[in-house]
Write a protein that binds this ligand. Structure first.
Ligand code: 1GP
Length: 229
């Protein structure tokens, strides 16, 4: 059992986006299993500390996705280190991570740190553009990537990422069927209970992001949908 292995539902909050105290209160008390703090751009030490300190008023688990050196902030319950599986650009697979380890390697809380093997599948997503992700994967490609991550590399988390659009549930199903040891996270385009329920059929952990900022009530409705799925 790891610190995140009981999570069924998580909200992902972006330090670079404004959220009111009332909205944050509703998110943290929603019954979600965790808040993941992370974003693809504009993440700084200051805005990450600020968001952490506001979430810390609540009991909910709070983890950081460490995607930049500047945004590596102590005090979270757990840390995820993303590695992009479907890019040719080594800097996103292990380059930046090595830089981070050279700088902060002695401070890493290893018991609370987990690598996430990311498969970024929405070509329009900021993360896909930034990392040069090859988003045109079919089911066989997805299964091969999952086996690489799960069986060969023994990564503890595989993250099927469609940030900004609802993904192909058949591909997610293929991923789930191939996974043996890893936790399968899904995120992207969940805008209410129906899509949340669909994703929860295959993913171990369903991550809900942008809708928090666009339609809070719809975001909150995903918690029960996932927990009851
Ligand atoms: C983003 O996977 C998360 O990293 C959630 O995606 O913002 O589209 O919900 P959305």
């Amino acid at each position: 059992m790891s610190w995140y292995s009981h999570w069924r539902h998580a909200f992902k909050l972006d330090p670079d986006k404004e959220i009111s105290d009332e909205a944050l209160d509703a998110v943290c008390l929603s019954g979600t299993d965790a808040i993941i703090v992370g974003g693809s751009s504009g993440v700084t030490f200051e805005n990450t500390v600020d968001l952490l300190s506001r979430i810390r008023r609540y009991e909910v688990d709070c983890a950081l996705e460490v995607s930049t050196l500047e945004g590596a902030v102590p005090g979270f319950d757990g840390y995820f280190v993303p590695l992009v599986l479907n890019t040719d650009r080594a800097e996103w697979i292990l380059g930046r991570q090595l830089e981070g380890l050279k700088e902060y390697g002695t401070f890493v809380p290893w018991e609370e740190t987990a690598a996430q093997g990311y498969l970024i599948l929405n070509e329009e997503a900021t993360a896909a553009k930034l990392t040069g992700a090859n988003t045109l994967l079919d089911a066989d490609d997805v299964v091969a990537h999952v086996r690489m991550a799960d069986r060969l590399m023994r990564l503890p988390v595989i993250y099927i990422e469609y940030s900004g659009m609802f993904g192909d549930m058949e591909l997610l199903r293929s991923a789930r069927q191939a996974v043996v040891g890893a936790r399968l996270f899904y995120g992207g385009g969940i805008d209410g209970p129906d899509k949340a329920r669909l994703a929860a059929q295959h993913a171990h952990t369903v991550v809900v992001g942008n809708i928090v900022y666009a339609d809070l009530a719809a975001a909150l409705s995903t918690v029960e949908a996932v927990l009851n799925a």
